[in-house]
Design a protein around this ligand. Sequence first.
Ligand code: HEM
Length: 215
Amino acid sequence: MKWLTTTLGTSIGKKLMMAATGLSFIGFLAVHLAGNLTLYGGADAFNSYAEHLHALGPLLGVAEFGLLGLFLIHVFSGLIIFWQNFKARPTRYAVNRNPGGKTIGSATMPYTGLLILMFILFHLTNFSRFFVDQGGTTIFQIVSTAFQNPVYVGLYVLAMVMIALHVSHGFWSLFQTFGLNHPKYMPAINTGGLILSLVFGLGFGFLPIYIAFIA
Ligand code: HEM
């Protein structure tokens, strides 16, 4: 554990931890999206996917615990970096420069991050087995009942815009942090980040709309 506190004690350490945990979340989002796409197959397909997931038993518990740890490191480091930058720069620069050029994604990172944190807490209280008693009902029923409420649909769609913005810059930024920022490859990395954010934004964002209005 000492290595973690030592790493988190330096600026570059915090950046590296943010990049590594951020990359893990991209992996989690890809797996979660792939699983959620079974919603298009209807109740049986989605329930069967959830049953297979829960059948992992203790392995799922370990993955969830690991995810929570990565999440706490990401949020904690992000908040400290935000606070240190804020303190070091009491008066705003006339021109706010980012080495990759200023984009909406880069300018809004701390804010989209905090909104995603709020979304995840809201999301877990809606759907997670830790907060919702799934006995006597199915996970498909829980999800489809939630998305009959237009407020939920609106909140989810907005949250997915936040996620798309966060990933669009985060993906680029993690390559910078890992030192893989060769000018020859940066345009491809930028495009990769854009495509990934569109896949997550549209992939997750269309699901509530589909459940509410089409299914
Ligand atoms: C339309 C979009 C989404 C839908 C329909 C959805 C659906 C679900 C469902 C049904 C569960 C509970 C799984 C179970 O207990 O069997 C869940 C868990 C979870 N979701 Fe989502 N999700 C969506 C988007 C997201 C996004 C964008 C994130 C992250 C930013 C996310 C993070 C999580 C986490 C961390 C869990 C807890 C995993 C666990 O308890 O094992 N979800 N989601």
